[in-house]
Design a protein around this ligand. Structure first.
Ligand code: ZN
Length: 314
């Protein structure tokens, strides 16, 4: 009698286990433009273990780490400029060679349109609103391309950090990420960084461990330092009076890397702090909010090497 009752269960079990599809979840569920998001992939790896996980979102590769049995995690970025929908896509290769694909759509929170009435009205000298000449525009484009290239290269090394990101200054934040900017009553741009107060000469600290990827003088950003933190993450520090590091230096979290200044296209001394995931600009305070334990490879679980990125989808 007992054997007869158990029989259907024994037949049903392998079917149920085998049918468990991988699940991809994103937090926050409705991210703002420029948000750093956390992706969690849950895979049934009992029957056929996972050899590699590759993913892409908004044209950037995702770097999954094995965070626990059957749980893989990655960071991703939401572009700043107006995508209606965004997909995260993942391809899982099993030890048997079998491939599985899964994807999830992100519901995006719209940024309010910058309006002159809600934007900080900055009365600035006329030189800030005058159209730039062709040579200057070409210079800005070249400098932007170099900053983007630093972001792309950050995908080539695994994370160089193990502690939480910290703010580069403890001073007051004078302008948040994403706010509309009005110059002399006209909306000019969105603010794609976080500004910290500081007098000329005040110290600027590295947000986390990394390798100095770029030190130069840019037209808009002035004297600038970019740090490659690996895993696709980069932070940039603008308008310095004096950088205190050189390209190729490994810097520790909290190390003084330069001094506040007013170089570049600014009206006064401050630190403009920026961050990227690959080529995409993200809110640097999302990095500070990230729990490093969330994105950490679990001991005893092998994580696949960072493979070539999946290309071709947005
Ligand atoms: Zn700024």
């Amino acid at each position: 009698m007992k054997a007869l009752l158990l029989a259907p269960l024994l037949i049903a079990l392998p079917v149920t286990v085998g049918a468990q599809a991988p699940k991809l979840q994103v937090e926050p569920s409705q991210p703002a433009p420029g948000a750093l998001v956390r992706l969690t992939l849950t895979i049934d790896s009992v029957a056929d273990s996972v050899a590699s996980v590759r993913g892409t979102m908004a044209g950037e590769p995702l770097h999954f780490v094995a965070a626990g049995r059957g749980v893989w995690r990655a960071l991703g970025a939401v572009p700043v400029d107006g995508e209606d929908s965004l997909w995260a896509r993942v391809v899982i290769r099993r030890a048997s060679g079998a491939l599985e694909a899964t994807r999830t759509a992100l519901a995006l929170e719209a940024l309010p349109a910058p309006s002159v009435t809600t934007s900080p009205r900055l009365a600035v000298p006329e030189r800030f609103t005058r159209p730039l000449d062709a040579a200057t525009q070409a210079r800005i484009a070249r400098e932007n391309a170099r900053a983007r290239a630093v972001g792309s290269r950050a995908h080539e090394s695994p994370p160089r950090w193990t502690s939480a990101f910290q703010k580069p200054r403890t001073s007051r934040v004078t302008s948040q990420f994403g706010t509309g900017r009005a110059f002399n009553g006209a909306v000019a741009s969105r603010h794609l960084g976080v500004d910290f107060a500081g007098a000329v000469g005040a110290p600027i600290k590295a947000a986390n461990r990394g390798v100095v990827a770029l030190v130069d003088t840019f037209f808009l950003a002035g004297r600038v330092v970019y740090i490659d933190h690996g895993g696709g993450l980069v932070t940039g520090y603008f308008h310095m009076s004096e950088p205190l590091v050189s390209k190729g230096d490994t810097v520790s979290r909290g190390q003084t890397i330069g001094r506040v200044g007013a170089t570049g296209r600014v009206t006064g001394p401050h630190l403009h702090w920026t961050a990227r995931y690959g080529t995409l600009t993200v809110d640097p305070l999302d990095l500070v909010a990230l729990d490093p334990d969330w994105y950490r490879k679990s001991d005893g679980i092998s994580s696949p090497a960072m493979g070539p990125p999946l290309r071709g989808s947005k």
